[in-house]
Design a protein around this ligand. Sequence first.
Ligand SMILES: C[S@@+](CC[C@H](N)C(=O)[O-])C[C@H]1O[C@@H](n2cnc3c(N)ncnc32)[C@H](O)[C@@H]1O
Length: 227
Amino acid sequence: MPPDISMFSAEDAYNISLQRTDHIKFPLTFKLWAKGYPFALKWEAGLRKNAIINGAIADAKREFDQIANYLGARPIQKIVDIGCGHALIDLYFWEKYQCDIHLVDIETTTTHHHGYKDSGAGYASLEAAKNYLVANGVPAEKIKITNPQVSALVEKECDLIFSLLSCGFHYPAASYAAFVAASLKPEGVFLFDLRKKSDQDDYLKSFVHTDVVMDEPKYRRVAAIKG
Ligand SMILES: C[S@@+](CC[C@H](N)C(=O)[O-])C[C@H]1O[C@@H](n2cnc3c(N)ncnc32)[C@H](O)[C@@H]1O
């Protein structure tokens, strides 16, 4: 059965379209957004709400299968998703592992960009993300949410911390280095998208081993293993 997406508003679809721009169909709407005019993209998100959300869900499922295949028989009891967006992939983690899920996102920022800078831009809703997971069967007590702009991000004993198209892709992976070092179990995995030509390879030296899970034109999805 496909996931229930009835809780998502047109505003959620607008944010999801910015998280996963492949599902924007009219190039002009994104071009205008990039110039500071969001109205056309908001119109498209209202018009093509289900297509945008279902397209992003299909990405999440495909990418989850690839990550789960990489993780193999590792026990996964607690995960953190940094830059989770609307947590579409986290539903699949719940279905396979019944793990504790900590969703982390800055949600909104006054300025926006879609490249690689010192800090990221926010386009998400943690409340909508949690509602999506709960409506699709994840017990509310298994989900934690943190907006690090609002409250301190604290976690411990994680098996997996991951960040898809966020930390390491839109802003330096090292931004969360202290959190990852403190929160990951020994032999735990930090899986993230390392943007090519962004001069971040030194960060990987703090791990005992690194695997490449996916190689895309703009980034490598790397799994860095803590010693
Ligand atoms: C391209 S979207 C990816 C969303 C989701 N991970 C996915 O794969 O579809 C980037 C996400 O990172 C969030 N973000 C940007 N800067 C961040 C930061 N410093 N800390 C946490 N989240 C951040 C944005 O709000 C957005 O939800």
